[in-house]
Design a protein around this ligand. Structure first.
Ligand code: PGA
Length: 258
């Protein structure tokens, strides 16, 4: 039994509208309240698109559900960076967390390990808790490259930010082939990579590795959350599709509270 507190985070991606978000947040508030004390054992977080952050922050008031962004600028402060959003701005509108290096950003927006490390550093510098996403593609898994890819992604972060920085964030293992595909990693597959991640970090600092929360992401839903979260190195989930349905998300939180 470890002492790491579970987290269930919802990545809303580019979904939602003012009305849909309000209904979703109200459903989450009601559903989590219905879990009673169990909900208090799990950290919960939602990550809406940038433009809705302030409105969702208002709607979340006093709910105990934290707010995160899905991305941030690698530069801090103010500046001529058209289309970008700084960590300070995210903090000002109520974010405590930010997802960094999601595979969709790596693949579709050409984010390199280096830019991701710079974004991670920018998050910490602005008082945000970063959630670093790592994970392999199907071709990489089939080519037995899973460990090498995850190691490269972690090592790049450690080389740029130092291992202590990892201790101030979370890691999410998200096999790319399991994202949005309905094809979840088996609990054993997830556990194997989570243990690898912890071991890789332990080689630098065993205490940080032991306390770091490593979330699993990739087609997590109410029906599979419990067996995934039962794995010793799985500390909760980063949930995409199922986080858009209040009932599903609440059931996943309940699974993490067990
Ligand atoms: P999914 O997405 O749960 O829809 O597979 C997870 C993620 O991309 O964070």
């Amino acid at each position: 039994m470890n002492t790491r507190r579970s987290m269930v985070a919802g990545n809303w991606k580019m979904y939602g509208s003012g009305a849909a978000n309000a209904a979703l947040v109200d459903g989450l508030r009601q559903g989590l309240a219905g879990l009673g004390a169990a909900a208090g054992a799990v950290d919960t977080l939602v990550c809406p698109p940038f433009v809705y952050l302030a409105a969702v922050a208002g709607r979340l008031a006093d709910s105990g559900i934290a707010l995160g962004a899905q991305n941030l600028c690698a530069e801090t402060g103010q500046g001529a960076y058209t289309g970008e959003v700084a960590g300070e701005m995210l903090r000002e509108v109520g974010c405590s967390h930010v997802i960094v290096g999601h595979s969709e950003r790596r693949a579709l927006y050409a984010e390199s390990d280096e830019i991701i490390a710079r974004k991670y550093a920018a998050a910490l510098a602005t008082g945000l808790t970063p959630i670093l996403c790592v994970g392999e593609t199907l071709a990489e898994r089939d080519g037995d490259q899973t460990s090498a890819v995850v190691a490269r992604q972690l090592d790049a972060l450690i080389a740029h930010c130092g291992v202590a920085a990892l201790g101030r964030g979370l890691v999410a293992y998200e096999p790319v082939w399991a994202i949005g595909t309905g094809r979840t990693a088996t609990p054993a597959q997830a556990q194997e990579v989570h243990a690898f991640i912890r071991g890789r970090i332990a080689a630098h600092d065993a205490i940080i590795a032991g306390s770091l929360r490593v979330l699993y992401g990739g087609s997590v839903k109410a029906g599979n959350a419990r067996e995934l979260f039962a794995m010793p190195d799985v500390d909760g989930g980063l949930v995409g599709g199922a986080s858009l349905k209040a009932e599903e998300f609440v059931a996943i939180v309940a699974a993490a509270a067990v």
